[in-house]
Design a protein around this ligand. Structure first.
Ligand code: MG
Length: 342
């Protein structure tokens, strides 16, 4: 297979800030694998500096994979290609995710079926997706919430972890009294502080809290879960399937992202591992284009909570083929990921 890739700058509608970091420039890397018949499969890498990746490191990882990919003849051999070419996952998860997505897109195109059909899934069973509101000045939060309400998003996810949390959640409830509400602290709190903060915010009607404490602090997650009135979901603490057993009892569920775990195949392993341990499963994303979101969305029928709004945060989306209307994810019925360039 021939490997090609292109770095795409991503511009968000608003500056996007979370408790861990405010982000300026962002890039996606668009990966294309072309087989001997000239069919091509597409994938997207959405590198996150937090997980040790940049657009440059993605390109470097792709170059490391190039020879093995060009030798690989059979795109259906996903597990074999993962094991043979893509074994250095550390610091290259989003690069690997892009290749695995491109392989699935190519397989779907070769067989003439959408990827979710290859996986045996019914897209109508996907949960609604939330819309994420980053940390911002109160008047900007109000504007974002109004836009989300105008777009009829039934679920909002608020980034929290500052002294303004109560003020911001009050604004959300003024503008959207009936919306389902989740919060994500992105590691902002110490365990005792987290319990106090969650109790203080509970009256706003929260479904769950994501990553209240530091990623490495599994005992802290357990402390919070045993005392908090709402479920606790691990995100930064849960990168790949091997992280799941030690989280059992410490959290109620995990948040899976393709760019974090290394792609569709590892995400499936995580979903089944989590289910075997009685954990709920959320499917999230980075700020991504519709190409990245389409890959994750193929798995959405398997999860309890979806947070696949990454492309909705963009000022311009270079791809199309997947729609999110009123929080409903509409997958293309086209073969593969069903995504085309605008
Ligand atoms: Mg999160």
């Amino acid at each position: 297979m021939k490997l090609e890739y292109e770095v795409l700058p991503l511009r968000t509608k608003y500056r996007f800030t979370i408790a861990r970091a405010a982000h300026g420039e962002r890039y996606a890397v668009w990966v294309r694998l072309t087989d001997e018949d000239g069919l091509d499969g597409w994938g997207e890498a959405d590198p996150s500096p937090y997980y040790g990746e940049t657009a440059d490191s993605v390109c470097a990882a792709l170059e490391r994979y190039r020879a093995a990919l060009e030798e690989a003849r059979d795109p259906l051999a996903v597990q074999e290609i993962e094991a043979a070419c893509l074994d250095d996952l550390a610091g290259a998860a989003s690069a690997r995710a892009a290749i695995v997505s491109a392989l699935h897109d190519l397989i779907g195109k070769r067989l003439g079926v959408p990827v979710h059909r290859l996986l045996g899934l019914d897209p109508s069973r996907a949960p609604w997706t939330s819309f994420t509101v980053g940390i911002d000045e109160p008047d900007i939060v109000r504007r974002k919430v109004r836009e989300a309400v105008a777009d009829e998003f039934p679920i909002l996810k608020l980034k929290v972890g500052t002294d303004a949390d109560e003020e911001v959640l009050s604004i959300v409830r003024e503008e959207a009294p009936d919306v389902r509400l989740r919060v994500d602290a992105n590691t902002a709190w110490q365990p005792k502080q987290a319990v106090a903060r969650i109790r203080a915010l509970e009256s706003f009607g929260l479904e769950f809290v994501e990553q209240p404490v530091a990623a490495h602090d599994i005992d802290g997650l357990r402390f919070v879960r045993e005392r908090a009135p709402i479920p606790v979901i691990a995100d930064e603490s849960c990168v790949r399937a091997t992280d799941i057993p030690r989280l059992v009892g410490a959290v109620d569920g995990i948040n899976i992202k393709l760019a974090k775990c290394g792609g569709i195949a590892e995400a499936l392993r995580m979903i089944h591992t989590a289910r075997a341990h009685g954990l709920s499963v959320m499917l999230g994303c980075m700020v991504e284009t519709s190409l990245g979101i389409a890959a994750a969305a193929q798995l959405a029928p398997l999860v309890d909570f979806a947070d696949l709004d990454g492309a909705a945060l963009l000022a311009e989306d270079p791809f199309t083929g997947i729609g999110i209307a009123r929080g409903r994810i509409h997958l293309s019925g086209e073969p593969g990921l069903g995504v085309i360039r605008r």
